[in-house]
Design a protein around this ligand. Structure first.
Ligand SMILES: [Zn+2]
Length: 301
């Protein structure tokens, strides 16, 4: 990756520093690069009073530390490297990072989850009344959970039960509760899986959003569009509630993996990607192609 903002992307010293080869720190001799760093700290409001003089002194050190503190990055006493420069690069482009962006994305993610909840409630009513269920709901459940309404004829599918519907409703309602509590359950930070990881969540949370969870092209990856960010929110939120949704088994299969389409229903019921994709399918009035998320061609959607 590389710094993307035209403000400083042509500066080779800064590009090397952004790869930690080597990071910039106090007494950095390249004054042109230091001036750009100082101007970036001023322009982004991190250090509005810094003198843009090309001298990497204590005030520049302190402002670099402010970036690291504000975004929960690794503290590296005033050293401007990959994390700090990458974040400034996003801010210079007017981008939003991590939890701040994820919190605003709970609106769209919540709309999708509510669409799924409504569809499941209507399905429940039609099951109870013996009326014909909505074709969109039938298709979404068949595609992403391998559930059928009539008795199943293909081995990976099975007929849905009232209990299945209730389990899905419970999960989706838990997600809405989590989104409503995003101020305390979401955080910006350095993901355990690496700085380029957009988001991750252990059982019980919190959900950590890395600086790569952003709405502009960045040092950490290309931008992630609103629908794909909503898919990430729903996916990670399932991890918070379901101990069987983890990654080291036959459950956590990406919606971009051909194996996803033949995952048996009893495993799909714990697959975070299935919950994200059903909600998207219903709100989108059809299975999006490509599906939303971090797969090929989908990232920017
Ligand atoms: Zn996951």
């Amino acid at each position: 990756m590389a710094l993307r903002s035209p403000f400083w992307s042509a500066n080779q010293r800064l590009q090397r520093a952004a790869q930690n080869q080597t990071a910039m720190k106090q007494f950095e001799p390249d004054q042109a690069a230091v001036k750009l760093l100082q101007q970036a700290l001023v322009n982004t409001g991190i250090g509005p009073l810094i003198k843009v003089d090309g001298i990497f002194g204590p005030k520049t050190v302190a402002a670099v530390g402010t970036v690291q503190t504000r975004f929960n990055m690794d503290r590296d006493a005033g050293v401007a490297g990959r994390q700090t420069l990458g974040i400034l690069d996003i801010l210079l482009q007017g981008g939003t990072i991590g939890r701040d962006l994820a919190q605003s994305d709970t609106v769209l993610a919540g709309q999708k989850v509510r669409a799924a909840i409504l569809a499941l409630n209507l399905l429940k009513i039609s099951q109870n009344n013996g009326t014909t269920p909505a074709p969109l709901t039938v298709a979404a459940l068949r595609t992403h959970f391998r559930f059928t309404i009539a008795p199943a004829t293909i081995s990976v599918t099975r007929q849905i039960t009232g209990r299945d519907i209730d389990n899905m409703l419970l999960r989706y309602n838990q997600l809405l509760g989590l989104f409503a509590a995003s101020a305390t359950r979401f955080r910006t930070g350095v993901p355990v899986n690496g700085i380029n990881t957009a988001a991750e969540a252990p059982l019980n949370g919190p959900i950590t959003f890395g600086p790569g969870f952003t709405n502009v092209n960045s040092h950490f990856g290309d931008l992630i569009g609103p629908n794909s960010r909503a898919a990430i929110l729903i996916h990670e939120a399932v991890h918070v509630f379901d101990s069987q949704s983890g990654i080291n088994n036959d459950t956590h299969i990406s919606e971009f993996d051909p194996a996803y389409n033949i995952q048996p229903a009893d495993r799909a019921l714990h697959n975070p990607s299935s919950f994200a994709s059903v909600a998207a399918h219903i709100q989108n009035n059809g299975d999006p192609s490509p599906r939303f998320g971090l797969g090929p061609g989908a990232r920017g959607l």
